[in-house]
Design a binder for this molecule. Structure first.
Ligand SMILES: [Cu+2]
Length: 194
């Protein structure tokens, strides 16, 4: 009758192999974690990857004004400016300018905000997209400066300072302000007899 022999050495080596197996299995998720935390450098907030240059604000005594400049995105991910604030105005909108069949330029809130392409630029210029100050607290005098804070789609923000400059061109109409009945075409826009 064969007796089953209890061999402590054998059991130990089996246990050691099992433990090595567990350790090998555990090593896989550790590597995955290491990779994903590495990838996080690509997902840096817009604050770190979007810069502005040539920024300025149009001088105005009261009412409306606008801020302009070039936004540059150095990341692999498109970024979107979704809103803006400034101590100069409680009500700020992101505007675009559209031209109707008569050549009349009109500005209106830009749906979806300002997209800055990956490794690209978003230009904000008179006659094009701009940061609209709807209701100034007080005069914006030439030579002074005001700060503007942009909020991005990832919730991060960036604040820049813009010099106030004289600028008299591109006096576009504003869509919601259609009650006045007085067409107000830009200086270079041909009259359409309205
Ligand atoms: Cu505007």
């Amino acid at each position: 009758m064969p007796t089953s022999t209890f061999d402590p050495a054998h059991v130990l080596s089996r246990t050691a192999r099992l433990l090595r197996g567990v350790a090998a299995a555990a090593a896989v998720p550790v590597l995955v974690v290491a990779c994903s935390s590495n990838d996080k450098t690509d997902a840096a907030s817009a604050t770190d990857t979007v810069t502005i240059s040539d920024q300025w604000v149009k001088a105005a005594d009261s009412g409306m004004s606008a801020a302009f400049g070039d936004l540059t995105n150095t990341s692999d991910t498109p970024r979107t400016v979704v809103s803006a604030t400034s101590p100069a105005s409680d009500r700020i909108e992101l505007h675009e300018v559209v031209t109707d069949a008569n050549g009349t330029k009109t500005m209106r809130p830009k749906q979806g905000g300002f997209v800055i392409p990956a490794h690209g630029q978003k230009r904000m210029r008179p006659g094009g997209d701009h940061i609209m100050f709807m209701d100034l607290h007080g005069p914006l005098r030439t030579g002074s400066a005001t700060s503007v804070t942009l909020t991005f789609d990832d919730g991060s923000t960036t604040t820049f300072t813009a010099q106030v400059r004289d600028f008299s061109g591109n006096q576009e109409n504003y869509v919601p302000d259609h009650g006045s009945g007085a067409p107000h075409a830009g200086a270079q826009t041909p009259s359409h007899g309205g």
